[in-house]
Design a protein around this ligand. Structure first.
Ligand SMILES: Cc1cc2nc3c(=O)[nH]c(=O)nc-3n(C[C@H](O)[C@H](O)[C@H](O)COP(=O)(O)OP(=O)(O)OC[C@H]3O[C@@H](n4cnc5c(N)ncnc54)[C@H](O)[C@@H]3O)c2cc1C
Length: 465
């Protein structure tokens, strides 16, 4: 890692925007109609839609540090229509139900773009779709299967490209094909987050920062400064959920890391292309995600230390030098013109992974406790759909609404078993990731068109396949 690299500092996105005005902690005991725990996309969108639907509701958001401290202020800025667990939902509830979920996700990308515009939030959104590339025969085989599967979920507007068409969009070294969907956009995560927080406050929602919730129980959110009593307490803590009492094994906090380059000059962009500002991914087992940022850098994320023993989370996004170097090497492999380019910023964050890799949104009507998350790395758009669903569930329970298209989606009310206790959890996740990395290395070294058995076995064991 170079001396010029900023490591941690929460994320490049936060550094780019400077620290925001801090909000007051909870001053003491309080009561509300709805208490939202967590100031990320899920919590803020939930507060937004509830307040819009019922302006008389008293809503309090409690955030342990500051809004956007979590994945919502650190992600890769892919606003896209992927939702974790779709195949499993198809198995559990039938393909038609999973197609409804997919359609709702497609519409969610447009919804975020629309509301950002309506609220005057300049989030650096560019709706250029998502391009996922293959650069080994095994990846190409998976890419074609993935493309076919997506068509089967009603995505008839998806396109399959060969090497030349791929290069016309983005010149990724060695790319042999790609698949493109229009249902995606790149954005600046913190600009969206801060704009959303401001919109929520303008509606009259009260947001308290520096207020950690130590315990959630029916009708109570307990903090060191006082307790908020509310008929509905909604847990929107995704990758941090394990730190809450009773939730240690609910969702595994999985790490993901990113690097950002300096602003790249026009001659480099001439080499690379990427005029369409597509969100860029690949079909590796330890897959990457990248974007051309609003200010013309490349931000690229992917492999890193996947999990910390005991479900620990980091504090400020500091990233091991080996991870930074691995991401830099990957960047240069994709874009050889960047050989010699320094990494300007490196950071990491945690996302929440359920044991069955299925995102969920639930309101327990007997306790008034609700939660949404487990997005397993595709939460930028999904959090918005989850929030609108939580709104409908709360309104239905409060007698202010009825069942809706959203409450009938197959992920609503889904329950999953907990993760294994340590050390099994740590050993399992580390071994799975080692298997994926070994499979990627083998595919690069031996260009035969099969996915190594190790990766297929890892998919089955992890519940990801
Ligand atoms: C590095 C990285 C890259 C990613 N890239 C993408 C991407 O490009 N596209 C995509 O779709 N998804 C991506 N994701 C996933 C996506 O960012 C998340 O799924 C999404 O932001 C989750 O939003 P959230 O509000 O549920 O959780 P978070 O954003 O994590 O917010 C939870 C909030 O709750 C607060 N909190 C936690 N515990 C407590 C407590 N006890 N009391 C009070 N507050 C608490 C936290 O401080 C945090 O602010 C990425 C995730 C990471 C980590």
């Amino acid at each position: 890692m170079s001396a010029v690299t900023v490591n941690g500092g929460i994320s490049f996105w936060h550094a780019d925007q400077g620290s925001g005005e801090p909000r007051e902690p909870l001053p003491g005991d309080a009561s509300a109609d709805v208490c939202v725990v967590g100031g990320g996309y899920t919590g803020l969108w939930t507060a937004y839609y509830l307040k819009k639907a019922a302006p008389y509701l008293r809503i309090i958001v409690l955030e342990q540090r500051f809004c956007g401290f979590g994945a919502s202020g650190r992600n890769g800025g892919w606003l896209y229509n992927g939702v974790a667990g779709r195949e499993r939902y198809a198995k559990l509830h039938g393909k038609e139900a999973a197609i409804r979920l997919q359609r709702a996700m497609n519409a969610t990308v447009d919804e975020v773009v629309k509301v950002a515009a309506e609220e005057g939030v300049d989030a650096g959104i560019h709706q250029g779709g998502v391009l996922e590339v293959a650069y080994t025969p095994a990846q190409l085989m998976r890419l074609k299967a993935f493309h076919e599967a997506e068509l089967g979920y009603g995505q008839s507007d998806r396109e399959l490209y060969g090497a030349a068409e791929t290069a016309r969009r983005i010149r990724v070294a060695g790319a042999v094909g790609s698949t493109w969907t229009p249902h995606g956009a790149r954005l600046h995560p913190v600009k969206l987050l801060r704009g959303l927080a401001a919109a929520v406050e303008a509606l009259g929602v009260v947001v308290h920062e520096a207020t950690p919730v130590t315990e959630i129980r029916p009708k109570h959110a307990v903090t060191p400064y006082g307790t908020v009593r509310a008929p509905y307490v909604l847990r929107c803590t995704e990758g941090f959920t394990a730190s809450l009492k009773g939730e240690r094994r609910t969702w595994l906090p999985m790490n993901s890391s990113l690097i950002a380059t300096p602003v790249l000059p026009p001659e480099v962009w001439e080499e690379i292309g990427w005029q369409g500002r597509e969100a860029l991914g690949d079909l590796a087992h330890a897959y990457l995600y990248a974007q051309r940022t609003p200010d013309d850098r490349i931000a690229l994320g992917g492999r890193g230390v996947p999990y910390r023993y005991g479900s620990r989370t980091d504090t400020a996004g500091r990233t091991p030098a080996t991870t930074v170097e691995a991401l830099r090497a990957l960047l240069v492999r994709l874009f050889p013109v960047l050989e010699g380019t320094e990494v300007a910023h490196a950071w990491s964050g945690v996302l929440g992974v359920p044991r069955d890799w299925c995102a969920t949104v639930t309101l327990d009507r007997s306790t008034g406790l609700g939660w949404a998350g487990g997005y397993a790395g595709s939460g930028v758009a999904t959090a918005n759909l989850a929030a609108r669903t939580l709104r409908d569930l709360v309104q239905q329970d409060a007698g202010q609404g009825t069942a809706t298209e959203l409450t009938a989606l197959p992920w609503a009310g889904h329950r999953v078993r907990k993760w294994e206790p340590e050390p099994l959890r740590w050993l399992g996740v580390r071994s799975l990731h080692a298997a994926y990395r070994a499979a990627d290395r083998r595919e690069l070294a031996r260009p035969d068109a099969t996915t190594p058995w190790l990766a297929r076995a890892a998919d089955r064991v992890s519940g990801r396949g």
